[in-house]
Design a protein around this ligand. Structure first.
Ligand code: C2E
Ligand code: MG
Ligand code: MG
Ligand code: MG
Length: 283
């Protein structure tokens, strides 16, 4: 229907589109004031060594709880933060918070712990991204070799040349790069080989499939093999049950993250979890 309207040389906003736009604008204002008022916070989900079953790092994940107590999912508000440009300030704040937390964890004795931070393509394209990254590292004192940035595979697809250049420059700062949601973006293998990345994150959809059918594990298996051949680290995300963990382990997947091990947690809960006597320690 939109097509025929466009063909006629006009584009009419339907009533529902108007509602959608108003809702987006409303949420954008709420996000801006919410960020200023401290309604955003960062939670941390542990990442595990699958063989030793011990924590080796964490992923920082953004949360928004509005004044009336409702949680809004990042899948809903991140696109609005991107669309409005708010992601530049919010993303810098997440990175600094995560770096700061990494330093605290190291001071508490977790000296081999890595910290992963999601980065939006809007941040990545921003002219000051590298300066921002360098000063966040410097001012928090976070050791770059324990910081990882997660970019999505779909983002890797968009501007290959820009991305290749950016990744090389990021490499110079010492932080590493993971491709998030890997397997969902159909990037070519030859392109992947040209990217200076360190880790592939197997998307949750493929982890879920593992136990669903005989062929269900084929994509996870392929990513694990690809990582091995290219010398990249591999982590499975969204591991929810022991069967999935066992199959991944038997396929040679070294790392995993998911509700089976731990949910994303606020810092106090993270420290409690890390200090649990029952938890194996890294060698
Ligand atoms: P993502 O980076 O792929 O993060 C993984 C998502 O899976 C998180 O959702 C996490 O809570 C969830 N998850 C982890 N383990 C399990 C599991 O076992 N089962 C299930 N069902 N889910 C699991 P979350 O926190 O809602 O974040 C959604 C997405 O929002 C993230 O996907 C990421 O793309 C984006 N996001 C979150 N925080 C940030 C941020 O600080 N910056 C940017 N740019 N994006 C962010
Ligand atoms: Mg991620
Ligand atoms: Mg993911
Ligand atoms: Mg995702």
């Amino acid at each position: 229907r939109a097509k025929s309207q466009q063909r006629a040389g006009h584009f009419y906003f339907s009533r529902s589109m108007g509602v959608e736009i108003r809702e987006r604008v409303r949420m954008m204002h709420a996000l801006r004031t919410g960020f200023a008022k401290g309604e955003l916070f960062v939670v941390y989900q542990p990442q595990m060594d699958l063989v030793a079953r011990c924590p080796v790092g964490a992923e920082a994940l953004l949360r928004w709880q509005t004044a009336d107590g409702t949680y809004i999912s990042p899948d809903r508000f991140i696109p609005i933060a991107e669309y409005s440009g708010l992601i530049i300030d919010i993303g810098e704040w997440v990175l600094r918070s995560a770096c700061h937390e990494l330093v605290r964890l190291r001071e508490a004795g977790h000296r081999q712990f890595t910290m992963s931070v999601n980065v939006s393509q809007v941040q990545f394209r921003h002219p000051y991204f590298l300066d921002m990254l360098r000063s966040a590292l410097e001012e928090t004192g976070a050791p770059p070799e324990f910081v990882e940035l997660e970019i999505t595979e779909s983002m890797a697809m968009e501007e290959p040349d820009l991305l290749i250049k950016m990744l090389a420059q990021i490499k110079h700062t010492g932080v590493s790069i993971a491709i998030d949601d890997f397997g969902t973006g159909f990037s070519s293998l030859s392109y992947l080989q040209r990217l200076q990345v360190d880790r592939l994150k197997i998307d949750r959809a493929f982890v879920t499939e593992i136990t669903h059918s005989a062929r269900g594990s084929s994509i996870a298996e392929m990513v694990i093999q690809l990582g091995r051949n290219l010398g990249l680290s591999v982590i499975a995300e969204g591991v929810e049950d022991e069967r999935q963990a066992e199959i991944l382990q038997s396929l040679g997947c070294p790392l995993a993250q998911g509700f089976l091990f731990a949910r994303p947690m606020a810092t106090t809960a993270l420290y409690e979890w890390l200090n649990d006597e029952a938890l194996p320690r890294p060698a």
